[in-house]
Design a protein around this ligand. Sequence first.
Ligand SMILES: [Zn+2]
Length: 281
Amino acid sequence: MKKGLNKGQTAVLILMLSIIVFQGIYLFRTSKETSSLQESSAANGEIQKSRKILREITQFNLGDFPFLPKRVNPEKKLIAFSFDDGPSRKNTEKILKALDKNNARATFFMLGQNAKYYPDLVKKVEESGNEVAGHSWNHPLLTKLGKKGVKKQMSRMNEAIASVTGSDVGLLRPPYGSINRTVKNTVKDPLILWSIDTLDWKTLNADKTADAILKQARDGDIILMHDIHAPTAEAVKKVLPKLEKKGFQVCTVSELLEARNITLHPGDVVVSANDVYRYKK
Ligand SMILES: [Zn+2]
């Protein structure tokens, strides 16, 4: 009898052992891969879960800012709503909600000092697809200030607003609608007046403000209101459905002008889409 293994047997044994070892390694690795697959499907589950949470959060956020930009139909009658002297903690959000509910938008000519006080409201106006515009820093008669004073009003106002929106305003409504050559030469924005004065600040009466709009509104008008008065917010709620029934779309000043192919330059003065005064040096 031969003791031990001959060379051939040894080779076969080594081969078998190696097969076993490699199989072991293979199985071990496969099982690791399987478990990591399981891990990643667990991760997918987590992702799905967080997607669900994300959706809920997004819905929540959309609920908070439910006002997404919409488009105007330039074929239909258009009027621009504008609100001066805000933003106001008590009224601006009410107006934003009423606008959104009625598929309408507006331009908010803000005072820099209020924008600085309520940056969250500036952001809401912007994020809701409405237009953030300027109304000076603190409502002086710009025509009394001279070049330096006008510049200072504009720069302080733009600083407060741009710190929220990332850019200077594109439109200015001069306080009291007061304009002279110095204002036109100094301000780098077109100057936006109005064609319908609701006198909301004077009557402080929602029905009177709504009636002023309903009786006078024509295609291309710019309506003046103030978002610092509670009756004005009520007037907006009342008047929007009625304007819609009359076939009006309510939009921002920029949307109105764009729909009517009006391009503006610094110093131009706009009363309505039908009444634009070009700047002459
Ligand atoms: Zn004002």
